[in-house]
Design a protein. Structure first.
Length: 218
């Protein structure tokens, strides 16, 4: 987005700033705060270091006494028979149907609604073996934080308390994407969702050694 101002930051400082914001949000008084959970979305293509940032954020939150579960959407892909129904390299199928968003709502997001069970499934499907993982549920204690990372997170109305978009310019995305046939899917995401305008925080990651961010509102 033109006009967006970015400030240089390290990944460690970024994780610390996000963790501090979340810790303060969880501690803030309010009728829906006590004993509930926070949900964070780290949105970005596979070429962005979303999993690494999720790990750093989890470490910072745990250092502040917050229980954390990190979940990647790669563990919630649909079976190969559904993902490849229109071929192995269909960008529209990749964008619309590879991730089982219904399962994410049911097994990850929904249990952390106010009054929920707190029981989160860490993953559902092993895309390499193409079979269910059968992982046990994990219980996130009240006051804990869910960190969900993966592509196309901002187009499904997930009720994130904080959303972060890891942005790559079209040129950087093309250079760093291992599966170039997926590029039209990310172009469509930019057009339909506009994640730079939608996310609470945007992190520019064209050079992963030198990230820059928009800062936190408020």
């Amino acid at each position: 987005m033109s006009g967006t101002r970015y400030e240089a930051i390290t990944w460690e400082r970024l994780a610390g700033a996000l963790a501090g914001h979340l810790d303060a949000s969880a501690a803030a008084p309010g009728p829906d705060r006590d004993g509930t959970w926070l949900r964070v979305g780290l949105d970005g293509p596979p070429a962005a270091p979303g999993a690494a940032l999720a790990g750093l954020l989890a470490e910072e939150l745990r250092a502040r006494g917050r229980p954390v579960h990190v979940v990647g959407t790669s563990g919630f892909l649909r079976p190969a028979s559904l993902r490849y129904e229109h071929g192995r390299r269909d960008p529209d199928a990749y964008y619309e149907g590879w991730t089982d968003t219904g399962a994410l709502w049911r097994e990850v997001i929904g249990p952390l609604d106010p009054g929920g069970t707190g029981r989160v499934l860490p993953d559902l499907w092993d895309p390499v073996r193409d079979r269910a993982t059968r992982s046990p549920y994990l219980t996130l204690p009240p006051g804990g934080v869910l960190v969900l990372h993966g592509p196309f997170l901002l187009g499904h109305w997930f009720p994130f308390d904080l959303s972060v978009h890891l942005r790559l310019s079209p040129g950087a995305l093309a250079r760093r994407t291992e599966e170039p046939w997926t590029l039209p899917a990310f172009a469509r995401y930019e057009t339909e969702v506009d994640p730079t305008a939608t996310a609470d925080v945007v992190v520019r990651t064209d050079d992963p050694r030198h990230p820059a961010w928009t800062g936190l509102a408020g």
